[in-house]
Design a protein around this ligand. Structure first.
Ligand SMILES: CC(C)(COP(=O)(O)OP(=O)(O)OC[C@H]1O[C@@H](n2cnc3c(N)ncnc32)[C@H](O)[C@@H]1OP(=O)(O)O)[C@@H](O)C(=O)NCCC(=O)NCCS
Length: 158
């Protein structure tokens, strides 16, 4: 358990506690993941149906085979954010990240990303990457402030 006095600033009011969760604990992120999926459903330009049909278990299943790290941010025992990251064949990837809307802008997202980056480096990553849903470009300035820049646009056959 890792207490942060100043994750940038304090959370809305109080200490934000960052925890790496194991085993079935990762299923506790489900309700926040659903909020993230709702954002993707709303903002995706060409794949709304995909996000409408996507379920948490399916999303987790896709990650099977990769080494996963799930970190949550809690305030007064309530989960206010999480980051799922993976390591696979030398690539560190931020798979899923959200901070609950009321708690954005307090440095929680930045802290979750920097913790993931530290884990990648510890595991000798050769490359670090993430994907952003086409249509959800509003998040790019955040990622760019953390050192991630757009490189290619992946197209997928529907
Ligand atoms: C993206 C997200 C995780 C950022 O979390 P957060 O806790 O609000 O971010 P932080 O407070 O740590 O912000 C870190 C820095 O990025 C900046 N920032 C945050 N969101 C930003 C945005 N949308 N545009 C520009 N800058 C942004 C902050 O100003 C801050 O800058 P500073 O360090 O110079 O003060 C959060 O906005 C979120 O959950 N968004 C919806 C879900 C989402 O888009 N997830 C990513 C899917 S790919």
């Amino acid at each position: 358990m890792n207490y942060s006095k100043t994750p940038g600033k304090r959370g809305k009011s109080g200490k934000v506690v960052y925890k790496v969760v194991h085993g079935r604990g990762k299923f506790e992120i489900k309700s926040l993941w659903e909020k993230l999926n709702a954002i993707h459903r709303k903002e995706s330009v060409y794949f709304k149906r995909y996000f409408e049909k996507l379920h948490f278990r399916q999303r987790m299943k896709v990650l099977t085979g990769k080494r996963l790290r799930v970190e949550t941010a809690e305030l007064k025992g309530r989960m206010i954010g999480y980051c799922v990251s993976s390591m696979h064949r030398g690539t560190g990837e931020i798979e899923s990240l959200i901070v609950d809307s009321k708690y954005r802008g307090y440095g929680v997202g930045k802290r979750l990303v920097s913790n993931a980056l530290r884990w990648f480096k510890k595991n000798h990553s050769k490359k670090e990457q993430l994907r952003v849903v086409f249509g959800h470009e509003s998040v790019l300035p955040f990622y760019m402030s953390q050192g991630f820049f757009p490189r290619e646009i992946e197209l997928r056959k529907k």
